[in-house]
Design a protein around this ligand. Sequence first.
Ligand SMILES: [Zn+2]
Ligand SMILES: [Zn+2]
Length: 177
Amino acid sequence: MAKVRGGPALIGGASCCGALGFMDRSHKVDIGGLLAGSRQLMVVNDEVPIEPFEGLVFPEPVRVELELRQADRMLVVEGSVDARVHGQCDGCLADVDLQLHVDVDERLDPAHGREVEPFGESNVLTGDRLDVADLAQQSVLTALPMGLRCSAECRGLCPACGANRNTGECSCPSAQI
Ligand SMILES: [Zn+2]
Ligand SMILES: [Zn+2]
């Protein structure tokens, strides 16, 4: 019982986050002080990895810069989310890299533990914890274009031979569909 084994028996088992200790990737911000009025402003700078989504990948973590304030018992979230999106052109299948800049200007209702709009079914705000990763993901997904295009003038692929019409004419009869 009196044996000293060089340190605490629990290594890495302690948690600073109580019941949320099982979460490894913590992109949650405690806004309790903000809601209680002891803090006027919180600044969030975070980088959040985002899972691939419908053929689109996010090769680097999304950059999140937010300012959090309380106004009229609402949590005001203002700032921006910047993401690099990689995918294929819907027309010609060429690789497309898209830099996405999303302005964030949201009012979330802490009293309901959920937000008014547009994240109705998510868990962006739970109690006094703002999930920055969730917010970033929702912001990016809602801002994604319906389909990536390499350019507005993309001519797509020939439906007959599959040639890329952006790089030249194929020899198929033009009447053929
Ligand atoms: Zn294209
Ligand atoms: Zn062709």
